[in-house]
Design a binder for this molecule. Structure first.
Ligand code: ZN
Length: 242
């Protein structure tokens, strides 16, 4: 059954609405899986958590979610991320703190031959990144499934490990090779960083891994960020997608 994977919403309600509408339009999509960071950076944490809970079959936590509930050290956050995290902590409801506390950081789905994690499959709570083929090569040794879905870097892309061991990286959609395994980063719904400001997600239908980009009302999110006094650099970057 076709399914969609979304990640790194970062309290961007307008981007989340646009992505879910695009997924809904593909009527064959049977499930939506969320790989973490519902909050942080953006202006609408409570609203985004409600929607994620309602629409997603899996809700994982990311490092920004853990930051808000005090589960992870935030001293390494840059100044703007730290400000946004502290602001989120000051406004988020107790019910939603509880929700995030209940989110897992890794989930295996044998039916889909897939696992889901925000950062890396080897040590999810260390919040490491997969940027290079050598990062990917290490991580391929730490899961058994055909697919590993990740987020965290906000760069959409796919690493394919072929039957002969070769690893190839793709930036766009590809056809699935039955004898290959894949690490798939769905990019970020709420704060893309690859130079394309459109929201990003992935959907899998039959033979293809599709990386989809969706336009959303960036200005409305920026206005909401201004209204609550979030850092200008975080507001500005949404225009450029980096
Ligand atoms: Zn993130």
């Amino acid at each position: 059954m076709p399914y969609a994977v979304i990640s790194d919403v970062h309290s961007n309600l307008s981007a989340l609405h646009a992505v879910l509408k695009d997924i809904e339009r593909r009527q064959e999509v049977s499930a939506v899986y969320f790989t973490g960071d519902v909050v942080g950076y953006g202006p609408k944490p409570d609203e985004c958590i409600d929607i994620i809970k309602e629409h997603c079959n899996i809700c994982l936590a990311g490092n920004h979610d853990w930051a808000v509930i005090g589960y992870t050290d935030i001293s390494y956050f840059n100044e703007n991320a730290l400000k946004a995290s502290l602001w989120t902590r000051s406004v988020i409801s107790d019910e939603h703190i509880e929700d995030i506390t209940n989110f897992k950081i890794i989930k295996k789905m044998p039916d889909l031959n897939a696992m889901f994690v925000h950062s890396t499959p080897d040590a999810p709570e260390d919040w490491k990144y997969i940027f290079t083929t050598s990062d990917a090569e290490h991580c391929f040794q730490h899961f058994d499934h055909q697919f590993c879905f990740i987020g965290h870097s906000h760069f959409p892309g796919i690493f394919e490990k072929k039957a002969d061991g070769d690893i190839v990286e793709y930036k766009g959609s590809i056809k699935i090779n039955e004898t290959s395994r894949y690490i798939i980063n769905s990019g970020s719904v709420g704060q893309p960083r690859d130079g394309d400001p459109r929201a990003s997600y992935v959907y899998i239908n039959g033979d293809f891994i599709n990386i989809i980009r969706v336009e959303y009302d960036i200005i409305s999110t920026q206005m909401d960020m201004m209204a609550v006094g979030l850092p200008p650099r975080l507001i500005e970057r949404l225009t450029h997608g980096f």
